[in-house]
Design a protein around this ligand. Sequence first.
Ligand code: AQP
Length: 335
Amino acid sequence: MNETTNTPKKRVLSGIQPSGVLTLGNYLGALKNWKAMQSEFDCLFMVADLHTITIRQEPAKFRQQIYNTAAMLLSIGLDPSQSTLFIQSHVAAHAQLCWILSCYTQFGELSRMTQFKEKSQKHADNVNAGLFSYPVLMAADILLYASDLVPVGHDQKQHLEISRNIATRFNNCYGDVLTIPEPYIPKIGARVMSLQNPTKKMSKSDENVNAWVGIVDSPDDILRKFKRAVTDSEGCIRMQPGRDAINNLISIYSTVTGKSPEQVEQQFEGKGYGEFKVAIAEAVIEEFRPIRENFEYYIKDKKELERIFKAGAESAAHIANRQVGKVMKKIGFVL
Ligand code: AQP
């Protein structure tokens, strides 16, 4: 219950892929908000491991990344007594509903997804059906829990839209079965760009390690990566259209410190890029310091991580199985 309005809390589902070391982009674009959302909403947060195998993974590394991502969710302050934390593949209903919904999704609408176009170019040797139908699995994730809200980054808007279309199409056939999710635009938000190519978003799967800053990177690495970040030849710290590198650095510093971009510009008036980069690195190092310490604690005890995430999966499965049952009954399956 929401204690101020005395109404049921809205349900929110969000997930993160264990596809590498979680970055400053994942943190400022998603994780930091998740922590802030916990008290206001009924939150389910998942390690989206089923999504990750659309790109080929090396088994031992993949398994470790799943543990790391789970430990990271706890390290940033997600509380299993307040939110449901689980690993997607532990709830079989995701795959089950995905198949059902894929029969209510058109080939044409999946073909228009920009992420599919981008990822199939990047991984031209493995353009598998999972990569193509990824948005259907995402729709299943959301619709399984009757999520009212889905936090969306800029790059996820198209996927939420297709989830809404699939749900509406299903409801047009069978009545009001699926909740149509609304986008939730987080309070703190930033699209963090690559430090080496600021026209591209910072991605954990970027092979150039200098392009991204990991949450558990050492302070030395963080400092080095910011020092190497590309800039331009203008020499002044001001947000301006077309100055992608500087705009990105100001946005990072502003989001981490809570200062407005104008305050950041004032603070660094007349100062050089070198000084600015060190200040950003120091702010990021301080932001990540307690998280890295927590991470070192949680990652040591895999049994405890498994216990926490298995308990979360049980709660999630309870909701998800009922929803799949409802959907199957409407379609006419014998249950
Ligand atoms: N650079 C970014 N800026 C802001 N938000 C970002 N997110 C990711 N990168 C940035 C947000 O993080 C959440 C989880 O993302 P994901 O792991 O499910 O997949 P992704 O968006 O594909 O993230 P990556 O790091 O780019 O992974 P790879 O390299 O595996 O593709 C999402 O809310 C996303 O918006």
